[in-house]
Write a protein that binds this ligand. Structure first.
Ligand SMILES: NC(=O)c1ccc[n+]([C@@H]2O[C@H](COP(=O)([O-])OP(=O)(O)OC[C@H]3O[C@@H](n4cnc5c(N)ncnc54)[C@H](OP(=O)(O)O)[C@@H]3O)[C@@H](O)[C@H]2O)c1
Length: 310
């Protein structure tokens, strides 16, 4: 709309995988954008390059982190909307953001680092149990603080498709010889490209329909059963792959031997493809689905994602 003033958006952890995309989408949608980088990141040539590219696009690059309250307060005071994209290891350190937003008093919406799965807490195992628990706990803290919020459930990031299909512990991505088989293969997962997750998030932060609720990202073409996902990949590469059946016992035996992030992924696969979390999760009626809110977004389908790797 002519004369419309766009909300000013701050992205905390702008050097991270999702943080970088959030900054880019914020710029794309015309928001005055502020990106918080840690001093240490600016000393890293690759991350400093990201910051330089942001500056060239008009982004205000600020220095700070969630463990530096003054930097948070300074950053938060300059914007209308605060997004955090800190990694899974820093989820417990976001409390200072709430304090800074309360002290600053000017923020219209806060989106904490979340971007998680529709998982039922009764069916999760470690290590995703702790991560999901931290995210749920922080959601409660945000709600108790009275700060206006949007929480985002992104389901699987697209980049996890091949690690999901590969046998547990394998780093042979995309798999071209062997794939894992979980359960009866009929249970469904939802895979969304990281770029689309960032797009939907940026659209939601200014949207009254997404105020004080959860935006979950579940576009129709991205809901797929494990068996269909495996068959689609085989069809794309024109090859039948060896099936490695993964039982519950195999999962419990393998999990302690895996490092982050493969252990996190295997625990998610257990919830989703053995226990059926994304098939059976009862979405609360007040939550809103991103592709229904923003039907104009041409999201990347699972099929188009696979196509890129043929
Ligand atoms: N649904 C899914 O499939 C999925 C997949 C991946 C991630 N996620 C979620 O997405 C969110 C973001 O994860 P990601 O993978 O994008 O993270 P990431 O790439 O690992 O990046 C972590 C970010 O946190 C920053 N950080 C670390 N310590 C910090 C501090 N003290 N203060 C401020 N920033 C700090 C890092 O900055 P430096 O560069 O300075 O270290 C970096 O920017 C997390 O909630 C994660 O659980 C979901």
């Amino acid at each position: 709309m002519a004369g419309e003033t766009k909300s000013k958006i701050l992205v905390i952890a702008a050097s991270g995988g999702l943080g970088k995309l959030l900054v880019e989408e914020s710029v794309k949608y015309g928001h005055p954008t502020f990106a918080l980088f840690r001093q240490s990141a600016l000393g890293d040539p690759l991350k400093a390059q990201i910051a330089a590219e942001f500056r060239a696009q008009g982004v205000t690059v600020l220095v700070g982190g969630v463990d530096d309250y003054d930097s948070l307060l300074n950053a938060v005071k300059q914007v209308d909307i605060v997004l955090s994209a800190v990694g899974a290891q820093q989820l417990g350190d976001q409390g200072g953001i709430i304090d800074a937003i309360k002290e600053a008093g000017n923020v219209k919406r806060f989106v904490p680092s979340d971007y998680g799965f529709l998982l039922d807490s009764k069916r999760v195992i470690e290590p995703i149990k702790t991560i999901s628990g931290q995210k749920r706990g922080f959601r409660r803290k945000v709600q108790e603080s009275g700060i206006p919020y949007t929480f985002v459930n992104s389901n699987f990031c697209g980049s996890l498709i091949f690690p999901t299909l590969a046998p547990p512990g394998s780093t042979d991505f995309p798999p071209r010889d062997r794939i894992a088989v979980y359960g009866d293969q009929n249970l469904k997962g939802v895979f969304n490209e990281e770029r689309d997750i960032a797009t939907y998030t940026i659209l939601a932060v200014d949207d009254p329909r997404a105020l004080n609720t959860v935006v979950y990202i579940q576009p129709e073409k991205n809901i797929i059963s494990y068996g269909d996902l495996a068959a689609l990949w085989e069809e794309k590469i024109g090859k039948k792959l060896e099936r490695v059946h993964v039982t519950e016992e195999d999962i419990f035996e393998t999990l302690p031997k895996l490092e982050i992030p493969l252990n996190i992924l295997l625990s998610i696969n257990y919830s989703v493809f053995v226990k059926g979390d994304q098939s059976f999760f009862q979405v609360p009626p007040e939550w809103v689905e991103a592709s229904e809110l923003y039907p104009h977004v041409k999201y990347t389908s699972v099929e188009a994602h696979l196509e890129k790797f043929v």
